[in-house]
Design a protein around this ligand. Structure first.
Ligand code: C5P
Ligand code: C5P
Length: 478
């Protein structure tokens, strides 16, 4: 792996070797992982390495790790004999995990840590890598997996680390960086990923051309985003056919020249409406194609991540896990229906938020979905609305949804502009939850974070959050 983060990656690798040695002295490993794309990809990478090195393993996927989940997890194994790997969470719970699992655990995580580095704790922040843009749980798991088994066994697993990174939107700056980039280069060298500079719009392989443009949110293309009629006229006026032999054309059906023609037409259009050059530049960036996948939702690494997210966030993480381990039959077919249903739920959730409108505190927008949107989807929907440009991005957005256990799920999203000014949603969620007490717990990243709070504490939480954001010097440096 050759990149400018070589030193950090070498130190991470050394740390991973210590962990791999610990793991190797156990026969049965229990992988406890987050239920989203990054968590599922991490679990599959680790499972493959463990399987290959002759270990018995089981995997448990959970929505979020809370202190009160630890006892249940402990019961899934033999506490003194088995080894527990926590992937894509655990950074807020090191001390509790130590109390429950002694020395028989590893935390592989990229969320902002609460405790300093230690032997059982592999978190990229401790090695100078930003856990929201330079390393995810799947890329860290890939490094650990390499210390657990022979490189040949993992030949097809580097792309999964990239899928994990894209699931967590770690390419939001236009390309992957840091450890993610090092693994990407390795996958490219081995031929399993192709990197192209192309339109960064979502759905290259799966969306008809019209929807490819209509659903563009990064950047928003005023007049075309969200407007099917205008987009159809735009495509026809620029000489594009929409169907071939009765079948809707998608972007990847176009020839190289046609793709260039479409990019040029979009850029000319965006300039004609005086869009700032920096926004126009967001249209083109790196896209990642999985060379060994057949055409479909697994061909583009970002779409692969959406499929895993759809499985995990709709109570079927095991289906995503099987797909990561290679299933393209029974489980894959099920995943396609889950994906269609997932998209429908996202559309409906977005419509609900638009219909009802957001409430506004002094320093953030908020929306309380109650039980009308699944707690597992509220964060994605809030993020979609936020990036749609239908609301101002001067303040972060906070969305609430009821959990099954009587708590309220909080999902918070911000922009890079706000985090650059010092807003740190992860720390904010953590400190508000801690102050609120009553089993509230929160954390995450600067740009995307979450919490759980008791239902009757919702108003108190909103006031506390606004108060904290009001003390601008602490969270937002102007
Ligand atoms: O737990 P984890 O780190 O895996 O989840 C990251 C979450 O943050 C994802 O749901 C992702 O969609 C969200 N995110 C976001 N915008 C970003 C970065 C991450 O909404 N720019
Ligand atoms: O659930 P959601 O997608 O909104 O989560 C955003 C980010 O906040 C994720 O990285 C998630 O792991 C993190 N989070 C957390 N603690 C919580 C809830 C979410 O660290 N209680």
């Amino acid at each position: 792996m050759e990149c400018k983060n070589n030193k950090q990656i070498a130190t991470i690798t050394k740390h991973a070797e210590i962990l791999a040695n610990k793991i190797s002295s156990h026969n049965r490993i229990i992988i406890v992982h987050h239920y989203d794309a990054d968590g599922i990809a991490s679990a599959a990478i680790l499972a493959k390495a463990l399987q290959d090195s002759g270990k018995t393993f089981s995997e448990i996927s959970i929505k979020q790790l809370y202190k009160d989940s630890l006892n249940e997890i402990l019961k899934k194994g033999e506490p003194k004999e088995d080894f527990f790997i926590f992937a894509d969470f655990g950074s807020s719970h090191l001390n509790d995990i130590e109390d429950f699992f002694g020395n028989n655990f590893a935390i592989i995580d990229h969320h902002q840590p609460k405790c300093p580095r230690s032997d059982n704790f592999l978190n990229c922040w401790h090695f100078g890598l930003d856990g929201s843009t330079e390393a995810c749980a799947a890329s860290l798991s890939y490094i650990l997996a390499k210390s657990l088994t022979k490189p040949e066994a993992l030949a097809n697993f580097a792309p999964l680390a990239i899928v994990g990174a894209l699931g967590d939107i770690q390419d939001s700056v236009g390309a992957l960086k840091g450890l993610n980039k090092a693994i990407l280069d390795e996958a490219k060298y081995k031929g399993s990923i192709k990197i192209t500079k192309d339109l960064r719009l979502y759905g290259r392989y799966t969306r008809p051309l019209i929807q490819f443009i209509v659903y563009s949110t990064d950047p928003i293309i005023p007049g075309l985003t969200g407007n099917e009629e205008n987009t159809t006229k735009f495509l026809l006026a620029n000489g594009f056919e929409l169907k071939r032999n009765g079948v809707w054309l998608c972007y990847e059906n176009l020839s190289f020249e046609e793709k260039q023609k479409l990019a040029t037409a979009l850029i000319i259009y965006m300039r004609s409406i005086d869009m700032p050059e920096w926004k126009i530049n967001r249209l083109v960036g790196e896209v990642y194609t999985l060379t060994e996948e057949p055409v479909g939702p697994l061909k583009d690494a970002k779409e692969f991540a959406t499929l895993l997210n759809a499985c995990g966030r709709n109570n079927c993480p095991e289906i995503g896990f099987e797909i990561c381990l290679g299933d393209r039959g029974y489980f894959y077919e099920q995943a396609l229906s889950i994906l269609a249903e997932h998209r429908k739920k996202l559309r409906e959730g977005l419509e609900l938020m638009l219909e009802e409108g957001l409430q506004e505190a002094r320093h953030f927008y908020y929306f309380n979905a109650g039980s009308r949107i699944k707690d597992s989807l509220i964060g994605i929907i809030a993020g979609m609305l936020y990036s749609s440009n239908l609301i101002s991005k001067e303040k972060p957005i906070i969305a609430f949804a009821n959990q099954d256990d009587g708590f309220v799920k909080v999902s918070a999203r911000a922009t890079h502009e706000l985090t650059e000014k010092g807003l740190n949603l992860g720390l904010l969620m953590r400190s508000c939850s801690e102050e609120l007490g009553f089993d509230s717990e929160g954390g995450g990243h600067q740009i995307a974070a979450g919490a759980k709070i008791p239902k009757d504490k919702l108003n108190e939480f909103i006031e506390l959050l606004d108060e904290k954001l009001d003390k601008k010097n602490k969270f937002i440096k102007h």
